[in-house]
Ligand binder design. Structure first.
Ligand code: FPP
Length: 246
């Protein structure tokens, strides 16, 4: 029996988020440059996107570039930006064929002009697709996202658009980059690191966390199935007791 047959289609996570880690180590193990690992990593991106769409997962969010990643060597940052533009150009048909809507979160204005434009073009041309939303976190940091939400809300308070007594979780949600996305159900991190690294801190409040030693360039469809099968074995209590869930 294929691993896929162990997945219960009526209990799929609505939102899967992935911290794609280990490209550099994968390349090093092979005696290659880090760029080689990132390039191979784009193949895992494609496979994960197609697998999620095939299964019927409605939202997939990928941590492609963090605010901290700007501190990497200039050449590596350039390589990642180049790969991003190439992938967007190359995979536009994959997105359209699978009816996938592209979305992006983060400080997008910090991206090089060419990347920003390509991104906005693909977002625009896929905006009517409804099967799945693929969100790329680019120049993204969760603390920055929360700080900018607080700033926006404060301005609205100052201008009497929001009254302080009415500030609640839903108002905060509406001011995050992820305003149109549901909370994360399953967060996957590859490469054996067990950290969140400033990714979707607010949105993972009740997510199931799944860590695997597999390095991102080696992460296949089968590994994604394994993560979903493990997710479906977990009992999600959201603060209640097991008995209350029955
Ligand atoms: C982490 O590996 C990976 C990244 C910082 C970037 C992820 C980018 C891609 C997979 C390619 C382009 C993305 C898209 C969406 C087309 P690492 O470099 O931190 O690895 P290491 O921890 O082993 O050094």
């Amino acid at each position: 029996m294929d691993l896929k047959d162990h997945i219960s289609i009526d209990a799929l996570p609505k939102h899967v988020a992935i911290i794609m880690d280990g490209n550099g180590r994968w390349a090093k193990q092979k005696g290659k440059l880090r760029a080689f690992g990132h390039e191979k990593g784009t193949k895992s991106v494609k496979q994960s996107v197609e697998t999620c769409a095939e299964l019927g997962i409605e939202n997939l969010t990928l941590y492609a570039f963090s605010t901290e990643n700007w501190n990497r060597p200039k050449l590596e940052v350039q390589t990642l930006m180049k790969l991003l533009v190439l992938s967007l150009k190359k995979e536009i048909n994959t997105l359209q064929d699978n009816k996938i809507k592209l979305n992006a979160i983060g400080c997008l204005s910090l991206l090089p002009k060419k990347v920003h434009k390509e991104l906005l073009d693909v977002i625009e041309s896929t905006k009517h697709n409804t099967r799945m939303t693929l969100t790329l976190a680019l120049s993204y940091g969760s603390r920055e996202e929360i700080a900018s939400a607080v700033k926006e809300i404060s301005i609205k308070v100052k201008n009497n658009i929001i009254s302080p007594e009415n500030i609640d979780e839903s108002i905060i949600n509406e001011h995050l980059y992820t305003q149109n996305l549901p909370d994360v159900d399953l967060l996957i991190r590859t490469s054996g690191e067990q950290r969140i690294s400033n990714f979707l801190l607010w949105q993972i409040a009740y997510a199931e966390l799944y860590f695997t030693n597999v390095l991102w360039p080696d992460f296949t469809k089968q590994h994604l199935y394994e993560a979903i099968i493990e997710y479906q074995k977990r009992e999600r209590r959201f603060g209640k007791t097991s008995e209350q869930l029955i």
